[in-house]
Ligand binder design. Structure first.
Ligand SMILES: [Zn+2]
Length: 697
């Protein structure tokens, strides 16, 4: 046996190092399967007995605890392969070498490399030289068997799991609020507080109908929500924390809370990097769904209703607007705005003002998640316009520059290609010349040689013609592509862009497409002004600052001069009179219309101007009742006396109500025997509301 070994081992092998690859696929194996580890290290002795000095046996054990199913993250295996490839290894040792690599491709690659670099392979069964066909065949078979074994194992395991799941007996991790009792039956968590938290969540959702409202309710009531740690040293422990939007959605979507056993709601896929990606399946594709198998917090019908509600919302709002295609709305930067405060994507909200759509850019993701006020809301009209102007402005100089650079770049690339192609032609010509020379120099009597040389020359000449033709064709094609189309397209952009942009016929969607071609994203911050950092495709940036546009109220605000005028006039005039005088002077209200008495009243209230009534009272004027009391007559008499000018009065409102000047001496008295009209002492108070009342004072 040892003879057989020593035949394969040469001095060349012994000159190089021996590599012992030790691997245990899972952490558990590392701890429990010490026997196997011991056997793996015992191989080192074998290497020594075959002639390698002990210090030249290099152990690679960095992959302990890593599954061999994917070669992506296994540093040790990569190292082994590279060492073998570099010819540093004389022999590779492993317990069952075929398990060095658990997938066939890795294994066969390693065999190839070993064969090329003349490296031996040793396992407990024997010594192999991969450059020998028989050994390689055997090793290949071992690898295939090993992979098949893994496959069978996995299939058996999976089959078992699936069968158990089909019967609803599979024990899978439960969400918080549910747990297994000693008989392995699913029950509600006996912790009352946990139960209460879940009940509150479901009831609030039932009542309010939105996950946001649930988060808000929990926050307002300072309620916490439980969570069970799934891994780490404190696995299984209950932790209380604030309830987030995501968690509410997870809870509402989890059918186990409705007492249903489910299996296979998600599908795992390996992506190119060897990582798993999880895909959520629709309900009709779940592997197992057994409603009413254990107690829950809601009924299966309620769960279905909630799901239906979510589907309806999803249709109304769309899944995620981040990557949404440009919509019909006018918000130019839809999907491109980033919040300058928290870094989240901002969304668009439209509102209608005077029949047209106004845009607001909102940062609300964090607000939704934790039911807090939104981060910032920025009126979009000004920003959109500024960005449009910026693009139009930049397009001309920039595009020309870009066009020129592109032109140069293309030209130089073409020149390079041209040179290469030209070299090919030159080479063909050189070979043809050579063939010609050879033919010329041969003795024409040597027919055999001459014939073959002539054929060769002909071939070379044909190749030359072909190369020349190809060259001509390609030059022609390049000229066409570059000169006609590309140049025209590049240059037309510079001239067409501003025209296209400003054309009212251009739909918003097209404008948005243009923006997306040019701009990567725009970061917005609102402080005393709005700052917009624009990042263009290709990395250049530009910063814009804009004033914050006036709010609707500020736009309608009445001018200060008008307010001062109203204040002045209130001393002598009613609201209606003031309105009429302001209109006569050609002044206009905040909305641009004529003044009316309600508008004047509103200005008076909004700017806290003292009313005409209060001003008259402050000046010592009395009400009809008070005058009636002092004169000991009825209020009716007072009014009659006022109409007939026996008392001096001032109208203070549109209903022709008055306040009276106190009566000092010369008191009118009843039944004097003279007609009232003959006793007039003051001008009559005119009942006309809008006409001005002038009192001689
Ligand atoms: Zn934000």
């Amino acid at each position: 046996m040892n003879d057989h070994y020593t035949q394969k081992i040469t001095a060349g092998h012994l000159k190089r190092d021996a590599y012992l690859y030790v691997r245990q696929s899972t952490i558990r194996q590392v701890f429990e399967n010490t026997e196997s580890t011991r056997r793996q290290y015992a191989l080192r002795q074998r290497a020594v007995s075959l002639g390698w000095p002990v210090e030249r046996v290099i152990v690679i054990d960095s992959d302990l605890g890593q599954s061999g199913a994917a070669g992506v993250d296994r540093e040790g295996f990569k190292k082994l392969v590279s060492e073998v490839g570099l010819g540093h290894a004389g022999i590779v040792l492993g317990l069952e070498v075929s398990r060095l690599a658990r997938n066939s491709t890795d294994w066969h690659r390693l065999l190839e490399i070993c064969a090329l670099s003349d490296t031996l392979i040793l396992d407990e069964d024997g010594l192999y030289d991969p450059s020998h066909f028989n050994d390689r065949l055997l090793l290949g078979l071992k690898g295939t068997m090993s992979e098949a074994e893994l496959h069978v194992l996995r299939a058996r395991l999976q089959g078992g799991i699936r069968n158990k799941a089909r019967r609803g007996e599979l024990k899978s991790p439960l969400p918080v609020g549910l747990m297994y009792n000693q008989q392995d039956h699913v029950v509600l968590d006996p912790d009352r507080q946990v139960q209460q938290a879940l009940r509150t969540l479901f009831e609030t959702y039932e009542r309010a109908g939105s996950a946001c409202a649930v988060v808000k309710f929990f926050r307002e009531q300072s309620l916490l929500f439980p969570r069970r740690l799934r891994r780490g040293p404190n696995k299984g422990q209950l932790v209380w924390g604030p309830l987030g939007h995501t968690r509410v959605l997870q809870t509402l979507h989890n059918p186990r809370y409705a007492g249903a056993f489910v299996y296979g709601r998600f599908r795992m896929r390996k992506n190119r990097n060897g990582r798993n990606s999880v895909q959520k399946l629709p309900q009709d594709q779940w592997h197992t769904l057994l409603p009413d198998t254990h107690p829950g917090y809601i009924t299966w019908e309620q769960f279905q209703q909630n799901q239906q509600r979510f589907r309806e919302y999803a249709q109304a709002y769309g899944f995620d607007r981040r990557k949404s295609p440009p919509g019909q709305g006018p918000a130019l930067l839809q999907g491109l705005v980033v919040c300058g405060i928290c870094g989240q994507r901002m969304t668009v909200r439209y509102h209608s003002r005077k029949g047209r759509l106004d845009t607001n850019y909102l940062c609300q993701r964090h607000g939704i998640e934790y039911a807090q006020p939104i981060c910032q809301s920025i009126p979009g009209a000004g920003i959109d316009q500024a960005i449009g102007e910026l693009l139009v402005q930049m397009m001309e100089p920039v595009t020309l520059e870009v066009a020129l650079t592109v032109q140069q770049e293309l030209q130089s690339r073409l020149d390079e290609a041209d040179q290469l192609r030209h070299q090919q032609v030159e080479r063909a010509r050189y070979e043809a010349d050579l063939a010609q020379n050879r033919y010329m120099q041969v003795d024409p009597n040597n027919r055999l040689v001459a014939d073959s040389l002539e054929a060769d020359w002909n071939d070379k000449l044909r190749a030359l013609t072909e190369a020349q033709e190809r060259y001509e064709q390609q030059c022609q094609a390049d000229r066409v592509v570059f000169d006609e189309q590309r140049k025209a397209r590049v240059l037309s952009l510079a001239t067409n862009f501003p025209r296209l942009w400003r054309d009212p016929q251009t739909p918003d969607r097209e404008r948005k497409r243009m923006v997306r071609l040019l701009i990567e994203d725009v970061t917005l911050i609102k402080t005393k002004q709005i700052t917009a950092h624009v990042r263009f495709k290709g990395g250049s940036t530009q910063t814009l600052t804009l004033p914050i546009p006036l709010s609707a109220g500020e736009l309608r605000r009445t001018g200060d001069d008008v307010i001062r005028e109203v204040d002045r006039m209130l001393d002598h005039h009613t609201d209606a009179q003031i309105a009429s005088r302001l209109n006569q002077r050609g002044l206009r209200s905040g909305t641009g219309g004529a003044f009316t008495s309600p508008i004047v009243a509103r200005i008076r209230r909004n700017y806290q101007l003292k009313s005409r009534h209060d001003r008259l009272r402050d000046a010592g004027m009395l009400s009809a009742c008070e005058v009636a009391r002092t004169l000991n007559v009825s209020t009716n008499t007072i009014k009659i006396w006022r109409t007939h000018g026996l008392l001096r009065a001032y109208v203070y409102n549109g209903k022709n109500e008055c306040l009276y000047e106190p009566v000092n001496g010369n008191v009118p008295c009843k039944s004097q025997g003279r007609k009232l009209s003959e006793r007039r002492r003051f001008p009559e108070v005119p009942p006309n509301r809008t006409n001005e009342v002038q009192h001689a004072t």
